[in-house]
Design a protein around this ligand. Structure first.
Ligand SMILES: Cc1cc2nc3c(=O)[nH]c(=O)nc-3n(C[C@H](O)[C@H](O)[C@H](O)COP(=O)(O)OP(=O)(O)OC[C@H]3O[C@@H](n4cnc5c(N)ncnc54)[C@H](O)[C@@H]3O)c2cc1C
Length: 421
């Protein structure tokens, strides 16, 4: 594989870009693999890469029903942060952020990670107190975190609506190392690096059935034929409950919801940070891409569905939320919006765990925060599949935690999946 470096870019510039290799192969499915990961999103691709890289397993396939990165991987608003406080969650997301910080080098692929800071606005003293608790815990755990008063916020972002916002802005919680990355690049980077280590990436290969024999999966039925597997990992995000049913495992503590994102026409540089706020039920986040578009999103569509499209009331809600803090956006044109399918859990935390089937492993429940988790998710899921033991950071991220009363509810929102943003 031709590496991306200054010399190769220069050389290819001179010879009409003719000396680049194909980024990944398009192999025919083998009859059998040591590990099959179902789902060619970020979590599936990262898992395959770390299985090969960290655990030296070579006979791996990623099975994707469409094209890699065509699910939530390519539909999200790309916010990366590690402002978590619950034991396990904090260490997991901080490790993920550290992996992001070196990911372009690790994969030899520019994932365009931009550490531009994540700014959570406060609109009440109560919100400030709750954030102070979380951000102080982060500091105690070694993750830098700041609380800005109104003066500091105005100095850094002078053009927010400080005058007549319906919910006045009084300060912000800040993580400077947080930011954005380019989602397609992350999928392509993991695919290319995994392929180089021998991972077969099988696109247009939908799993349509799971054939079991005495508590083990024997093979997967796919649109490209039967494929045997010694171990199978599900990393299908919003489709988890469908695959779970195929494996005849009953219900999961997951609800499937839709989340929309919006992108505007390009404008001159306006916002150099990720800005977020939440008041009551409202939730809003916005940033500007390198091309100049404003990318933003809000809350779920508030009803369960597997459809990858959203509804108009949320367009209105999100546009109103944008106007509330950046009224200067009033005449900008919205050019696209779309939806992804979220696997929302009862406590807002994820699952990386074993299942009632001996050789089936589960990676799911990313709510709408799984983009930032992708590197660590792949790292710890690969670790579980290879070693059969959950790492201590994810030891409670299993399906039994609800029976045991283990609390991983970061927001304290209670057992209602749609409240865990
Ligand atoms: C609008 C929106 C905004 C978001 N914003 C953020 C954000 O700012 N920050 C953040 O951290 N997270 C965000 N998220 C969440 C994040 O995108 C997801 O949590 C994450 O992408 C899920 O993991 P994944 O990439 O592996 O999922 P996906 O990309 O959905 O991968 C799952 C794959 O499984 C495949 N699949 C499904 N069924 C089958 C089958 N039967 N056979 C074979 N393949 C199958 C699908 O085609 C899909 O490609 C957002 C999500 C959305 C939709």
């Amino acid at each position: 594989m031709t590496r991306f470096n200054a010399w190769n870019v220069f050389k290819n510039g001179l010879i009409g870009q003719t000396d680049w290799d194909r980024q990944w192969r398009d192999p025919e499915p083998k009859k059998e693999y040591d590990v099959i990961i179902v789902g060619g999103g970020l979590h599936g691709l990262a898992t395959a890469y770390y299985l090969a890289k960290n655990h030296n397993i070579k006979n791996i396939a990623v099975v994707e029903k469409g094209w890699i990165g065509g699910g939530n991987a390519g539909r999200n608003t790309t916010i990366i942060r590690s402002n978590y406080m619950m034991p396990g969650n904090h260490q997991f997301y901080e490790h993920s952020l550290k992996l992001w910080e070196n990911l372009s080098h690790e994969l030899n692929y520019n994932v365009m990670f931009s550490q531009r800071a994540h700014i959570s606005l406060f609109h009440s003293p109560a919100a400030r107190d709750a954030a102070a608790r979380r951000y102080n815990i982060m500091n105690l755990n070694g993750t830098e975190a700041e609380l800005w008063n109104l003066g500091q916020l105005k100095k850094n972002i002078p053009h927010l609506n400080y005058e007549d916002a319906r919910f006045p802005i009084i300060g912000a919680a800040v993580q400077r190392r947080a930011g954005n990355a380019r989602h397609d690049s992350v999928a392509w980077g993991y695919a290319r690096a995994g392929d180089e280590l021998g991972v077969d990436i099988l696109q247009n290969c939908e799993v349509t059935g799971v054939k079991r024999n005495k508590g083990r999966i024997e093979h997967l039925e796919t649109s490209r034929g039967l494929i045997k597997a010694k171990k199978v990992g599900f990393a299908v995000a919003g489709n988890t409950s469908r695959l779970w049913e195929m494996a005849e495992l009953g219900n999961l503590p997951i609800e499937t919801h839709k989340l929309q994102a919006f992108v505007t026409e390009s404008i001159k540089p306006l916002l150099d940070q990720v800005v977020v706020y939440g008041v009551g039920g409202a939730h809003f986040y916005i940033s500007q891409t390198d091309k100049g578009s404003m990318v933003f999103g809000g809350d779920l569509d508030w009803y369960k569905s597997y459809a990858q499209r959203g509804n108009l009331p949320i367009v209105q809600d999100s546009a109103e939320a944008a106007m509330a803090i950046l009224p200067c956006l009033g005449r900008i044109r919205l050019i696209r919006h779309w939806a992804g399918v979220m696997d929302m859990t009862m406590d807002g935390s994820f699952f990386i765990c074993k299942t009632p089937i001996e050789n089936l492993y589960l990676n799911a429940g990313w709510n709408y925060g799984g983009f930032k988790a992708s590197p660590a998710s792949g790292w710890y899921f690969a670790d579980l599949i290879a070693t059969e033991l959950p790492h201590k950071y994810i030891q409670h991220h299993n399906l039994e935690r609800f029976e045991k009363g283990i609390n991983l509810d970061e927001r304290g929102a209670g057992p209602d999946p749609k409240l865990h943003g």
